[in-house]
Design a protein around this ligand. Structure first.
Ligand code: AMP
Length: 328
């Protein structure tokens, strides 16, 4: 079975990315042939700053490695190092109705927000389908916000296969219920664009400050509180052990616990879990040559596979098999 997923280098990764996608994807390394990429072509729909693109791309690569991606087993690469996905996106665009793209949540949300939408943003689901189909992916670990896009990739695979024969593997999204949507500081889905994100690699002091900013109701220390409707507790549950979760829930339900105390408890469990990886992350960022070498090797392995899949697709729809199908 092959797993594939990507993350956009549009900001430093946040805890929603970590719990919703990165950790589940890392677990799949034991059971799957894994291909994980830095979605820089996708980032280009919104990020138009060369230095930031380079910096965030390195940060995403270092994040994967610091958290346990094993480059000997798993292929880690930059999306744009396999330019064949852009060509494959064209082939898929030719079997996709405009109506399907108009129904995509991300596009509709950008429209409702009155954003100035470029063609890249409209086309995004087609490029994402090409990312998935180019590697014969069976499983796509993602957060719930990406479910519809993976379903669109399935539809495109089926439409192409129906017209031209069995070319593409039809992928399935893998979404873990307990981490499908990680809440941000204000309780809405954690997202860079909502300004409610907690970045994974904040130094301890800044991490604490950020977590102290979680929005709560106005109950005081002597009031009993409901852990199940509290943003602090929702995050705590994701980092603490079952015993710790039960103990804090009991303290919520009795007088004497202020939200400040709960936030401190949250900070301690999050910091304890992230601190060792944070050191590895900083060390990796200080070695850009090492990151580049991992990405170059990943690009080579990813491209070899994408070229053979694209060759199959071109052949199926009557396009020539250009001589480069044997490369690299
Ligand atoms: P992106 O940064 O948009 O490329 O997202 C990378 C991955 O993180 C995708 O699989 C998203 O579904 C996932 N993700 C982003 N935000 C959240 C969240 N708040 N909860 C769960 N998963 C998320």
């Amino acid at each position: 079975m092959r797993a594939l997923t990507g993350i956009k280098p549009t900001a430093t990764p946040h805890i929603g990315n970590l719990l919703g996608m990165i950790e589940p994807a890392l677990r799949l390394q034991d059971t799957h042939d894994a291909y994980y990429f830095i979605a820089d072509y996708h980032a280009l729909t919104t990020l138009h700053d060369r230095e930031k693109m380079r910096q965030y791309s390195r940060e995403v690569a270092a994040t994967w490695l610091a958290l346990g991606l094993d480059p000997a087993r798993t292929v880690l690469f930059a999306q744009s190092d396999v330019p064949e996905v852009a060509e494959l996106a064209w082939l898929l665009a030719c079997v996709t109705g405009v109506g399907a793209l108009e129904r995509a949540h991300a596009y509709k949300a950008a429209q409702e927000a009155g954003k100035d939408i470029n063609v890249g943003t409209f086309f995004y689901p087609v490029l994402m389908a090409a990312d998935i189909l180019a590697y014969d992916s069976d499983h796509v670990p993602v957060g719930k916000d990406q479910k519809q896009h993976v379903e669109m990739a399935r539809d495109m695979a089926l439409a192409f296969n129906h017209r031209f024969g069995e070319v593409f593997v039809v992928p399935e999204p893998l979404i873990r219920d307990e981490v499908a949507t990680i809440p941000g500081l204000d309780g809405r889905k954690m997202s860079k664009s909502y300004g409610n994100a907690v970045e994974v690699w904040l130094p301890s002091k800044q991490l604490r400050k950020k977590l102290m900013g979680i929005v709560t109701d106005s109950k005081g220390v002597d009031d009993v509180k409901d852990p199940d409707t509290c943003n602090v507790f929702s995050l705590y549950k994701l980092f603490a052990t079952p015993d710790q979760v039960a103990a804090l829930a009991a303290r919520y339900r009795a007088p004497g616990l202020g939200y400040g105390h709960a936030k401190q408890e949250l900070f301690e469990v999050v910091d304890a879990q992230l601190a060792p990886a944070r050191e590895r992350y900083e060390a990796l960022l200080a070695e850009p040559d090492r990151l580049d070498a991992v990405l170059a090797d990943g690009a080579h392995r990813a491209r070899r596979l994408a070229l053979s899949v694209l060759g199959r697709a071109r052949d199926a729809c009557g396009l020539g098999r250009a001589p480069r199908w044997g490369a690299p």
